[in-house]
Design a protein. Structure first.
Length: 430
């Protein structure tokens, strides 16, 4: 996520789900509408698919795919590239996607982003597509974000090198701990943040990888201007915090293109041990479990049903407040569409999302999505994660590069307590 808009309405009823079924409810009308729309689309797709089975011509094959550069070429005669689709198999070919985005965020005002993705094949053969994402942004509230996220595959996928390097200068908000916090009770924070994650995973068997890495989260120049939540009490007024530790990681991954998976499955389990011997403020541990499933609903055109589960558990110590699991602080800052980043925070986080993706134009230039998600977090040393906070919404997709299958994503999501806003991405949300 590199741009967020949120418009709050304080008087809207809360729409919590309670596992125990007491003193809480969900707006059935909104969820019912999403369900009806999804089912209608699936029904239409299935009907079209059945009809196409009786045809001797695959319509997808007869429609030339287009992207933003093709449109620019037609409008302005730029001739940006004329590469055939065979570039997919050429080692060293750079597939570049760049798109400027201007948005508005409640916590930052007007924000400018340069959405950038560089994809390439590091080797011939069955090597997966490598991806580097760099989305620098600056806001009129002086937020500076410089993130570089990488996934590089060696020849025949023998090694997978994962990197997540970031710098933040980040005036922002926090709403306290737990699943029942309110938009009206908020702390205004300012801090700088350096994140350095690097891993090397070795192929163990087909699609199965294991390896180790190092994770560093360093927050400094921390200032709390309002002291309305339990932020000060939790970290006892610390102006800097450090979490430094080693990580062990196992994953199973059948995705060949991280930018836009179609028929694939991904599962990941990582264990992180932060140690004072490595410079961490305290010894503490974390387990992160992630799963993704992609199902192509129509072989004659892109219609994908996708599922995503992101779960974090901390144990064996007390993590710094800003390192606790929180909305929108996953690897790509995408959990909790419908909520402002940091809306819910706790010792543990459990998250589930589903999305249906479909083409609007047959040439692939424009697409659409419908999505729904749920999340819950627990207070530190507490047990209040019996509440789920749902989100749902719609979005459009604009094809930036048809060779790397990279999209610009613009979504509008709704959450509880009147939370709603725009969310921007390059590449699919998950």
């Amino acid at each position: 996520m590199f741009g967020v808009v949120q418009l709050a309405q304080e008087n809207e009823k809360e729409r919590f789900i309670c596992f125990k079924g007491r003193n809480c409810f969900l707006t059935i009308k909104k969820w019912g509408s999403i369900f009806v729309i999804v089912m209608a689309i699936i029904t239409k797709i299935d009907a079209q698919s059945s009809q196409n089975e009786n045809s001797t011509i695959n319509k997808k094959d007869t429609v030339e795919q287009k992207d933003v550069m093709d449109v620019a070429d037609k409008l302005f005669k730029l001739k940006p590239y004329t590469k055939p689709d065979t570039t997919r198999s050429k080692t060293g070919t750079i597939l570049l996607s760049v798109f400027p985005v201007v948005g508005y965020a409640l916590q930052s005002g007007t924000v400018g982003i340069i959405a950038t993705n560089v994809s390439f094949y590091a080797a011939n053969g069955s090597t997966n597509l490598s991806s580097l994402t760099f989305n620098p942004q600056y806001s009129i509230m002086h937020q500076v974000v410089l993130p570089l996220i990488t996934s590089v595959w060696s020849k025949n996928n023998k090694w997978n090198f994962l990197g997540d390097w970031r710098y933040y200068k980040y005036p922002s908000y926090t709403y306290g701990l737990g699943s029942r916090t309110l938009l009206t009770k908020v702390d205004s924070l300012d801090y700088s943040y350096i994140k350095f994650y690097q891993e090397a995973l070795r192929k163990i068997s087909t699609n199965f990888y294991g390896g180790i890495g190092y994770n560093l989260d360093y927050h400094y120049n921390i200032k709390d201007y309002s002291q309305s939540t339990d932020f000060q009490k939790y970290d006892r007024g610390a102006t800097k915090t450090t979490s430094s530790g080693l990580i062990a990681h196992l994953k199973y991954d059948t995705r060949t293109n991280l930018n836009n998976p179609i028929n694939a499955f991904f599962a990941s389990v990582s264990y992180r041990y932060n140690s004072t011997l490595l410079g961490s403020d305290q010894n503490w541990q974390a387990i992160q479990i992630e799963m993704r499933k992609y199902i192509n609903l129509n072989p004659n055109g892109k219609s994908v049903l996708a599922f995503w589960s992101w779960n974090e558990i901390t144990l064996g110590g007390k993590p710094p407040y800003l390192d606790l699991p929180s909305t929108g602080w996953d690897t790509y800052n995408n959990t909790g569409r419908g909520y402002i980043q940091g809306r819910f925070r706790g010792a543990d986080m459990f998250y589930l999302e589903s999305e249906i993706r479909f083409n609007i134009t047959r040439n692939g230039l424009l697409g659409g999505v419908l999505f729904a998600n749920d999340e819950t977090v627990s207070r530190y040393l507490g047990n209040d994660n019996d509440f789920l906070n749902p989100g749902e919404g719609i979005g459009i997709r604009l094809k930036l590069n048809r060779f790397s299958d990279t999209n610009l994503c613009v979504d509008y999501g709704f959450g509880t307590d009147g939370s709603r806003g725009f969310f921007f991405n390059i590449g699919e949300v998950f």
